[in-house]
Ligand binder design. Structure first.
Ligand code: G4P
Length: 553
């Protein structure tokens, strides 16, 4: 999706459309959405809780629960997520803060669910990269950063856990710059670390914020604000070494750091940088204040015909980025999550479905707050709504009102690295097994592969990580009451053959596919499975006509 900087609105279609409704500008400009990406354990759950605390949303939705009692926040809701303390499915948390309406898109931190994260990133306009101050960049931070870069997503960076012994902030900045080619621009700068972490300097106002640890875990931190040039500052800090270091750092940063350039932030080249501690709330509210002001309002999306649809385009447009069944096991319902790009959702409105060319009546959309849902009568660009999915909506589908056909490009799948046959050992379970598998495939929980032209042959599942298989088995059991057996295969890489079946046949005839498994995906496109990277790379190099691709678009 092409991105544009906020304010540069130029909906190519708005002049031609039979425009019925334009979302009020204020509904667009007050919205901010954000996805948090991080390596597991960096504090994403804690940060989410604290953002909700400052947004007043936790009081509404129930008290903050201690993890020892229940290792889950409002955004973890499937039983398995709670048992394992991992966040599997991305959900949306909505809250108002000051004059802003914030949509927090939760993303799973575990690498086995990168694909779900990627889809959530398709629906957001900016992301927060959370890092552990003692650890710096970690493997999953790297992987998620690459995903953000693929989409040129503007990134804010929050270095968390400053209340523990931390790396030097300069070293952290170096890591970000050297490894990611991303220029960090410190907005909040730490004063000390570990037990000596006193607070932060806000470089935009030259104000020092000194914190006191909140007595209660869920309480907001009390802060004292002092100007950097206030004579009393040294006394307030109460540590002459830290005071001198702060004055030195402030001067050095002013000389060394190029000015903040929001245009570079918008294209993912510069990243506003914050230091703090989510657990003790140091710097969290300041981050939120800056984010609301600096972050972008919802952006437009480009269609597959390269037409930019901006939020002020007069018709409703949106795309499905996630589908999920059985959110509420009592109701056995299925939801498609739609990111609204333009116009306004109104209860009962008719929309066109680009893939099937059919019309649907969106009788009841829901706003989501973790596992809680409320019915909404209207929703605006940047919002995510959950619509009832009778099985018609798939990930990547476009919905639109009006007469001009619109189709946003699909969301590509990640290249799977794990492969296993799955079957129901008990033949009498077959019907439920098929129903469950079909649903999980529609959700994109895993991908399905089969032997060529063998619709009823053994079902081969493909996933990015092993945990995805475990989720499939756990959900088949809990939601469809079916036991399943999996039999792993020793392949570790899949490549789609853009050259088509003819190219596969030629390579096979020439004896080039020895030791490689030939299968087809759900759309009957040829896929080759390899045992190692090296084999895939040499085949791609030697047999160019195959046009091997790591993605299925
Ligand atoms: P995640 O969602 O990214 O996996 O991280 P999560 O918030 O669950 O945090 C992981 C651990 O790090 C938790 O400790 C949490 O309390 C701690 N943590 C988060 N932010 C900070 C911080 O700013 N400073 C410090 N010192 N610790 C932080 P835990 O022992 O796993 O759980 P708990 O018993 O403390 O809840």
């Amino acid at each position: 999706f092409a991105r544009q900087s906020a304010g540069l609105k130029q909906s190519t279609l708005s002049s031609e459309s039979s425009s019925t409704y334009q979302a009020p500008l204020s509904e667009i400009t007050k919205r901010r959405n954000l996805a948090i990406i991080s390596h597991p354990d960096s504090g994403k759950t804690t940060m989410t809780e604290k953002l909700l605390l400052y947004g007043g949303a936790l009081q509404q939705a129930g008290a903050v629960r201690h993890k020892a009692e229940q290792r889950a926040t409002q955004s973890d809701f499937l039983a398995m997520e709670q048992e394992r303390g991992i966040s599997i499915s991305s959900t949306v948390l909505n809250f108002d803060y000051q004059d802003y309406t914030i949509r927090l898109l939760d993303t799973p931190g575990h690498q086995d669910f990168s694909e779900d994260t990627y889809r959530a990133l398709a629906a957001t306009d900016q992301a927060l990269m959370l890092m552990d101050a003692a650890k710096g960049l970690e493997p999953q931070t790297r992987k998620l950063f690459e995903v953000c870069q693929l989409r040129s997503i503007p990134l804010f960076t929050f270095v968390n856990k400053m209340d523990r012994p931390a790396l030097s902030p300069y070293d952290i900045m170096d890591q970000i710059e050297q490894e990611f080619g991303l220029e960090p621009h410190p907005i909040l700068w730490p004063i000390g670390d570990g037990d000596r972490f006193k607070g932060v300097l806000d470089r935009t106002t030259n104000t020092v914020h000194l914190y006191q640890k909140a007595e209660k875990r869920g309480a907001k931190a009390e802060a004292t604000e002092v100007a950097l040039d206030d004579e009393r500052l040294a006394d307030w800090i109460g540590d002459s070494e830290l005071y001198e270091k702060l004055m030195e750092d402030a001067e050095l940063l002013n000389e060394m750091i190029p000015p903040l350039d929001m245009e570079r932030v918008m294209i993912g080249k510069q990243s506003p940088l914050f230091f703090g501690s989510a657990m003790t709330n140091f710097g969290v509210q300041l981050f939120l204040d800056h984010f609301c002001r600096m972050g972008t309002e919802p952006l437009g999306r480009e269609t597959s015909k390269d037409i930019l649809i901006t939020p002020d385009y007069g018709e409703f447009t949106g795309f499905v980025f996630k589908t999920q069944a059985n959110l509420d096991p009592k109701h056995r319902d299925r939801l498609a999550y739609v990111r609204i790009v333009s116009g306004k959702y109104e209860k009962g409105m008719k929309v066109n479905h680009s893939r099937s060319k059919r019309q649907y009546n969106l009788a009841q959309a829901q706003a989501l707050f973790g596992s809680d849902r409320t019915s909404v009568d209207e929703a605006f660009p940047g919002d995510v709504i959950g619509i009832n999915n009778p099985g018609s909506f798939a990930i990547g589908d476009t919905l639109y009102s009006g007469n001009s056909p619109i189709a946003f490009p699909g969301i590509p799948s990640f290249s799977p690295e794990k492969f296993a046959y799955i079957r129901a050992p008990n033949p009498s379970d077959y019907k439920s097994f098929k129903k469950g598998i079909d649903q999980l495939l529609a959700e994109g929980a895993v991908q399905a592969l089969r032997q060529r032209n063998d619709e009823n042959g053994p079902l081969l599942l493909a996933a990015v990580g092993q945990l995805q298989f475990e989720v499939v088995q756990a959900r088949l059991l809990s939601e469809y009451k079916v036991d399943s057996k999996m039999e792993p295969l020793g392949y570790s890489l899949a490549r789609w053959v853009d050259g088509g079946w003819e190219a596969v046949e030629k390579a096979d005839k020439d004896g080039k596919l020895f030791g490689i498994m030939i299968v087809q995906d759900q759309w009957k496109r040829p896929v080759l499975l390899f045992r190692n990277d090296w084999k895939a790379a040499s085949l791609a190099e030697e047999e160019k006509y195959l046009q091997l691709k790591p993605w299925s678009a």
